[in-house]
Design a protein around this ligand. Structure first.
Ligand SMILES: Cc1cc2nc3c(=O)[nH]c(=O)nc-3n(C[C@H](O)[C@H](O)[C@H](O)COP(=O)(O)OP(=O)(O)OC[C@H]3O[C@@H](n4cnc5c(N)ncnc54)[C@H](O)[C@@H]3O)c2cc1C
Ligand code: SF4
Length: 484
């Protein structure tokens, strides 16, 4: 246990963030690691409360409460407090395949349900996790550990995001032969081409892919399963298949003027920006915010990443429309601990916009009704109403670039259809359940955003781990049926 009364005597601190004025001039990570003395002090705030809600990892009232991968948080907090970094890393690695991703970009539902947070500020769990994994890499403790023995089983994992990578890692550790197929030219899924480098720098993703390769996982990029390799070929060559293809179907708005130039889905914009930074690929004018008045439709995290990207590209102004109202400063009665707190916060992109333009870019309850363009067919303005009240007047907003970030509709159907997975009467794919992870098609499993719907890196890791365990059980059962 940390220091007696630590959570009352020591003030909560998080990792520092770089000065917004400076960081908008580059694409590097916006957070900084915490100095060792401070991390150990922060770890001392953990009281080993006995019932660590921080690790429950469940869904309460539609939100995530506690760590979905059940990180052994109080244990590593205590080890960090005592300066036992290697032991802390060993504990962390037991449950988390990729702490270098979660400790940078996880929204930390663990902190929302930390018991200290019931009466005071929660423990800075994410910052402590970050220090452990940074230290582990710096000390050279994270090295390839190939399995000692190989089985004769071959598994195809389709999709190389955090779910596919975690699934491959777990299956490879057991000794199975795993090939990860990825249709993009680079592995990592949304970690590579969706999430901006200000949150996760791309060499961090490459480093983990290289570690997995050194442990024996085979990555085949630039291969679109269903097109370049058929479902029959995959079934013939592999003993089991795991679909970790993400929730690539994005939502769109179907209103007047949608087909004007200068209106793009957020994911196309973010992918183009990441590719431009990685390879110097020229940005199409619709993906370059320089000198433009930008409007982002959608109040979520993807929209926030668009705001931060547009700022770095040198936009003239930026506004983000949200469907819902401003969150309260404190938990409401209908959102008690240990639920994930739905409270107002000023995240990185909003802090940057305030610093640059003097105002928070978020506008609430905004319903976009119509886009209007100029004579050349390019968007120039939006007409909006209010989701809150029909009585509110319509408003016109000038815009040269509009980004649509209103969420995702789940996995693309094509591959699920190819594998003959059943659909419900409304035409939706019947997903694998969350115990067996197996779809209605023999030997075909699904995990991550493709199964669960768009969610978080930490859930994708959890899904990948559980699907791997389910595949191993399936292969084991198949073997015993053959032997009996
Ligand atoms: C802009 C943005 C920002 C986000 N920020 C955060 C954040 O800060 N924190 C957080 O926790 N979560 C964040 N998320 C969510 C998080 O990225 C996802 O939940 C997570 O990446 C899902 O992992 P996955 O492995 O299931 O799918 P993905 O990461 O989507 O990977 C799926 C992969 O499958 C590949 N694929 C699809 N079809 C085929 C095929 N037929 N053949 C071969 N390959 C195929 C795709 O190319 C893709 O690479 C963000 C999401 C977005 C869009
Ligand atoms: S993975 Fe996320 S929820 Fe789990 S301990 Fe780390 S920050 Fe918290």
């Amino acid at each position: 246990m940390g220091q007696l009364m630590g959570f009352l005597n020591i003030e909560k601190k998080n990792q520092k963030e770089r000065d917004p004025r400076k960081r908008i001039g580059d694409w590097n990570e916006y957070r900084e690691a915490m100095p060792e003395k401070e991390v150990r002090e922060q770890a001392a705030r953990c009281m080993d409360c006995g019932t660590p809600y921080c690790q429950i990892g469940t869904v309460l009232n539609k939100g995530t409460s506690g760590c979905p991968i059940h990180n052994l948080i109080p244990e590593w907090n205590d080890l960090v407090y005592r300066g036992l970094w290697r032991e802390a890393y060993d504990r962390l690695a037991k449950t988390n395949n990729f702490p270098e991703f979660t400790s940078k970009a996880c929204p930390a539902p663990c902190e929302g349900s930390c018991t200290a947070g019931f009466v005071s500020d929660p423990v800075s769990i994410k910052s402590i996790e970050r220090s452990i994994i940074d230290r582990a890499f710096a000390e050279g403790w994270v090295v390839p550990k190939p399995p000692l023995r190989r089985t004769d089983k071959k598994i195809a994992v389709i999709g190389s995001g955090p779910a596919g990578m975690a699934c491959a890692d777990q299956l490879n550790k057991i000794g199975h032969n795993v090939t990860v197929f990825e249709r993009s030219d680079r592995a990592g899924g949304l970690l590579m081409y969706g999430i901006p480098s200000m949150k996760i720098e791309k060499d961090v993703v490459d480093r983990r892919v290289h570690l997995l390769e050194a442990e024996g996982v085979v990555f085949k990029t630039g291969v679109d399963i269903g097109k370049d390799i058929t479902e029959e070929e995959i079934r013939k060559d592999f003993d089991a298949v795991v679909l970790c293809t993400g929730a690539g179907k994005h939502r769109d708005v179907s209103i007047e003027g949608r087909d004007l130039e200068g209106i793009s889905p957020a994911m196309e914009y973010l992918t183009a920006s990441n590719r431009h930074l990685l390879y110097g690929e020229p940005l199409k004018p619709d993906f370059d915010a320089k000198g433009k008045r930008v409007i982002v439709i959608g109040g979520g995290d993807t929209g926030e990443d668009c705001v931060a990207t547009a700022i770095r590209q040198g936009c003239k102004s930026v506004v983000q429309f949200g469907k819902h109202g401003r969150l309260p400063e404190n938990r409401s009665e209908s959102n008690p601990w240990p639920e994930n707190p739905h409270v107002f916060s000023v995240d990185y992109a909003y802090e940057e916009a305030e610093e640059l333009f003097g105002t928070d870019p978020r506008e609430y309850y905004v319903e976009t009704k119509k886009f209007t363009g100029d004579a050349s067919g390019h968007v120039r303005s939006l007409l909006t109403g209010s989701f809150k009240s029909e009585a509110e007047e319509e408003k016109k907003w000038d815009a040269d670039l509009v980004l649509i970030a209103i969420g995702f509709q789940g996995a693309e159907d094509r591959l699920f259809e190819d594998f003959g997975i059943e659909k419900d009467p409304s035409g939706r794919v019947i997903q694998a359940d969350d115990r067996s992870y197996q779809t209605s098609s023999e030997g075909v499993f699904a995990a991550g955003d493709a199964r669960r719907g768009a969610t978080l890196i930490v859930w994708a890791i959890e899904e990948g781990r559980k699907a791997a365990a389910a595949v191993d059980l399936y292969l084991d059962r198949k073997l015993s049926l053959l032997q009996n």
